[in-house]
Design a protein around this ligand. Structure first.
Ligand code: GDP
Length: 458
């Protein structure tokens, strides 16, 4: 996700950090790089101009020039401005769903055909059913969710919602293509009230382009349902177009938020950066996979960190916590802290934990750029395979060998390679990687991590 943008911006960040003094020239150079990176990511021109102007103004301000480390201070400015551009200035609650109405809280889904409305309806239902919903920083517990489709033009769309609902075990209210969308909505609201649902999600018909009939229809649904959330779903791959469509919807409907889907594809990311600025509405979620657990709440600050190559440690930990064996992780952490040597047994344990955590791609991109690089520039689709191969190699070693990697001379390596069914080079590669990791662990212990965190805070 947003690889190019992250690569370019993290290069800028790295250069800036190294600058002991800020001059007219290196500040201009930096601003030009940032500008190019944003334009290349398909961020719309007025947004880029505005952003660069703000950073420039602050960069020349006393806070930066007068600071001990102007390069770092400047990184802080860029981070802060990027956060606020993506909606950070609205406060952390802006990206939460507000479900605090008399139940059922109605969520109305709007967007063009193919944007991902139905998929997102399923993802949201799952998210609410699983009790992931957060209000004021607290999880509010599992919700009882009903979904319904008001797309009377495409029977396939209703079927699709039924399939998705079945997969996430949400209740699905069948709709009849001969009914009017408003009658379906009225019926669903009534059903949800009588059966004490917490949330009713209404999927609607989209068209290929913005048109008046669609807007009239969804507006009528809005007036009838009084939704607490009207979410506009848009495909990130559409780049600048996504933002234009978002603006058209925001002008016609009182949207409460935007969901940006397909951010896992080769989307350049511009939409994530411009949507708030152009529509005035916060991004609430991003879709990061076709699968129904591929929905992430949007946090401007974390996203800013991610695109600046600083990693998104908080989301990483959250994702990890869902699956990880906490006791094992604590044992490992304690071992590292106590200054004990990190050996191949620990490495193996770590691999096993990583495997449990889930999709490698979405984990790797939350790591700071320099760590992801140290991890060997893994191609995400190959990462899982590589993980399995590495585990095979580690399993072919004896516990004593794992505890004392220096025992691993040529003949042992040959035996291990044969045992794991891989060439000896693979064993060597794993050992090199392990060495790098050991180096990283040492650095982290020396405070590299906390220094990095401080830098992030500006
Ligand atoms: P709708 O017409 O707006 O209801 O769109 P759909 O929900 O049918 O989605 C259109 C296509 O996009 C489907 O093939 C979905 O699997 C896919 N899709 C939706 N969200 C995402 C996402 O976040 N990531 C990826 N990779 N695919 C998605």
């Amino acid at each position: 996700m947003l690889d190019n943008l992250t690569q370019r911006l993290s290069r800028v960040v790295k250069t800036m950090r190294g600058e002991a003094r800020l001059t007219e020239t290196n500040t201009q150079d930096m601003l030009r790089e940032v500008r190019m990176a944003l334009l290349e990511a398909d961020v719309s021109l007025p947004v880029v101009r505005d952003f660069v102007a703000r950073v420039k103004e602050k960069a020349l301000g006393q806070d930066v020039v007068g600071s001990l480390n102007p390069g770092q201070a400047l990184v802080g400015v860029v981070h802060k401005e990027l956060t606020s551009l993506m909606g950070g200035d609205l406060g952390p609650e802006a990206s939460e769903l507000s479900l605090a109405s008399q139940p059922p809280a109605v969520i109305l889904m709007a967007g063009l055909q193919g944007a991902g409305k139905t998929t997102t309806t399923g993802k949201l239902a799952k998210w609410l059913l699983d009790g992931q919903h957060v209000h004021n920083g607290r999880k509010t517990g599992k919700k009882k969710v009903l979904v319904v489709s008001a797309d009377v033009y495409r029977p396939a769309a209703i079927e699709q919602l039924k399939t998705v609902a079945t997969q996430v075990q949400a209740d699905f209210l069948p709709s009849d293509t001969s009914s009017k969308p408003e009658d379906i909505a009225r019926g669903a609201l009534d059903h949800a009230r009588r059966h004490h649902y917490d949330v009713l999600i209404v999927d609607t018909a989209g068209r290929l382009g913005v048109d008046e009939a669609m807007m009239r229809e969804i507006r009528a649904l809005y007036d009838l349902l009084h939704p607490v959330e009207t979410l506009f779903v848009v495909d990130a791959m559409q780049g600048q177009d996504a933002v234009n469509v978002a603006k058209a919807f925001a002008d016609a409907l009182p949207l409460t938020g935007v969901v940006l889907t397909k951010l896992d594809g080769d989307a350049r990311g511009g939409a994530a950066l411009s949507v708030r600025h152009v529509t005035g509405k916060p991004l609430k979620f991003v879709g990061v996979s076709e699968k129904l657990d591929g929905l992430e709440p949007f946090h401007p600050e974390r996203m800013a960190q991610r695109v600046l190559g600083m990693g998104d440690i908080v989301s990483l930990v959250e994702q990890a916590q869902k699956n990880i064996d906490v006791a094992e992780a604590q044992k490992l952490a304690a071992k590292l802290k106590s200054g004990n040597r990190f050996d191949l047994n620990d490495f193996r344990e770590q691999l096993q934990q990583v495997k449990k955590m889930g999709d490698m791609g979405s984990l790797l991109e939350k790591l700071p750029a320099q760590f992801a690089q140290a991890a060997g520039q893994l191609q995400t689709d190959q990462a899982t395979k590589q993980l399995r191969r590495q585990e095979g190699i580690l399993n072919a070693m004896t516990p004593a060998e794992r505890a004392k990697p220096e025992l691993l001379k040529a003949s042992r390596k040959r035996r291990i390679a044969a045992g794991a069914g891989v060439p000896v080079q693979d064993v060597n590669r794993l050992l090199t990687q392990f060495d790098q990791m050991q180096g990283m662990m040492k650095q982290m212990k020396k405070g590299g991590m906390s220094k990095m965190m401080r830098a992030m805070g500006g």
